[in-house]
Design a protein around this ligand. Structure first.
Ligand SMILES: Cc1cc2nc3c(=O)[nH]c(=O)nc-3n(C[C@H](O)[C@H](O)[C@H](O)COP(=O)(O)O)c2cc1C
Length: 451
């Protein structure tokens, strides 16, 4: 429906549920125009929903700065659609004679969709077997046992530094959640445990908080974790969709130290309404280097190949989290979500974490995080010896995080003890020495004991 060339342009289509799904472009927001106005494109329509639902209005054309005489003429049903008509006041012309029509979609449907999906993911991860059948690949690598380490347990130092922050052990709590009250409780428990133990943590995708500022507090953990390395999180697919200002907000809104950008092609492919166009993703990641905070590229369980790592390094990322296969399978999670037969064929898709780590270490000098199916301190030690700066864990901390921060601490203390035990058994006094400790690929060396 085009009302008038100089006013607002609408092209709407109605889907089976009766919801409008498409809004066509109108001119760019001119300088000095109210912040509540965004150009309408199909890609950023969520912002339009979000802003107008609260502002209750939009100006009629590029000259008008203040909508006045608003009248809600139609609201159907309750919160789905609202049409307003009115006049605008223009800085030069005074009251504008032109009538404008403004269609406002209630954004709660979209916001709820994002948060509901995140909660559904949590529920599935807590209740279903979501891990890969195949292993993370670390059983292929072994340390050599050493009985003459000349070390005392108490002198073993697991501390390290990453992106300028001190860690008591090289362990990172991987991104999981946010967007709802339950997610807030999980994030608070994870963060409190991280702070008390001196570790780092990432929050889950902050898409819900961009769509609805009311949700920011569900990601904000600085109240309980003022000192930890904290990473914000957004999907690579969302960089272009939200634009640099919103991406900067993602970091600022939780006072994060950097941004984790997740690559999740396989998950999106099997997600209802998932992202499909990945043509410009490396260009989009590159554009973030201008924003002035560290960017960490991560997978979510399919691993990073040597070639991908090289391209990410060229794009200027500060670190790469390989998040390989062997732990949580996001295709599996999505297959429970939608029961898609095709998804089931791809549940085992991905490069096992140990192999991904090996490839990336050979290909790039960028610091690496080893995650994806890391379940023990022994695997963490192997990760460090194979070139990772940190080892990350998500799923094993989820259930404890629904209980209390003490439960999270208990789980983490267990893996720290395993890591320290491994260090004693290989004779590594500190993380630097562990880095220099050889791990042997036992598929090529049959006489090396498997540890
Ligand atoms: C419940 C849950 C939610 C997750 N949500 C996100 C997310 O929002 N953003 C992200 O980058 N990764 C997310 N991940 C992926 C993890 O950060 C991690 O890369 C992956 O799960 C592999 O680690 P794991 O095998 O220890 O679970 C999530 C993982 C879990 C278990």
């Amino acid at each position: 429906m085009v009302l008038c060339k100089r006013f607002v342009y609408f092209r709407v289509s109605v889907n089976a549920l009766g919801l409008f799904t498409e809004v066509s472009r109108r001119p760019q927001r001119p300088k000095g125009h109210p912040k509540t106005y965004f150009p309408l494109t199909r890609k950023n329509h969520h912002r339009f929903f979000s802003v107008n639902a609260s502002a209750d209005a939009a100006p009629c054309d590029s000259m008008c700065v203040e909508p006045i005489a608003l009248k809600r003429v139609f609201a159907y049903p309750a919160t789905i659609l609202m049409i307003t008509v009115g006049f605008c006041r223009c800085p030069e012309k005074g009251r504008c004679k032109r009538v404008f029509l403004n269609v406002v979609f209630n954004d709660s449907i979209m916001k709820t969709e994002t948060s509901d999906r995140k909660m559904e993911h949590i529920r599935i991860c807590l209740e279903k077997p979501v891990e890969f059948e195949k292993s993370n690949g670390f059983e292929r690598y072994a340390f050599s046992h050493n009985d003459l380490q000349a070390l005392d347990w108490d002198e073993i130092d697991t501390s390290t530094e990453f992106l300028g922050k001190n860690f008591s052990a090289p362990i990172f709590i991987e991104a999981m959640t946010g967007g709802t009250d339950e997610a807030r409780a999980i994030n608070q428990n994870l963060a409190k445990a991280a702070e008390e133990l001196g570790l780092g943590m990432g929050v889950g995708s902050q898409r819900a908080a961009i769509e609805d500022e009311q949700k920011i507090h569900t990601y904000d953990v600085r109240n309980v974790a003022p000192n930890i390395l904290l990473l914000a999180n957004i999907g690579a697919a969302q960089i272009a969709e939200y634009g640099p200002d919103n991406i900067r907000k993602v970091v600022d809104m939780i006072k994060a130290d950097g941004l984790a950008v997740h690559l999740n092609t396989a998950q999106e492919l099997f997600q209802a309404k998932g992202h499909r166009d990945w043509r410009n993703v490396i260009r989009d990641i590159k554009s973030l280097s201008l924003l002035g905070f560290p960017v960490i590229a991560k997978e979510v369980g399919c691993g990073i190949s040597a070639d991908t790592a090289k391209r990410l390094e060229e794009a200027g990322v500060s670190a790469i989290d390989v998040a390989g296969a062997g732990g949580t399978s996001w295709v599996k999670v999505e297959s429970y979500n939608h029961g898609s037969g095709i998804a089931k064929e791809f549940c085992e898709w991905g490069i096992p974490t140990a192999e991904s780590l090996r490839q990336c270490r050979e290909a790039v000098a960028t610091p690496l995080i080893s995650s994806g199916g890391i379940r023990t301190g022994v695997e963490m030690a192997k990760s460090i010896a194979m070139g990772a700066s940190l080892a990350g864990m998500a799923l094993p901390l989820l259930k404890p995080a629904t209980e209390s921060h003490e439960a999270v601490k208990l789980k983490l203390e267990q893996v720290i003890t395993e890591l320290k035990s491994t260090m004693l058994l290989v004779g590594a006094r500190n993380i630097e020495e562990l880095r220099r400790t050889p791990v042997v690929d036992i598929t090529f060396s049959s006489n090396t004991p498997k540890v």
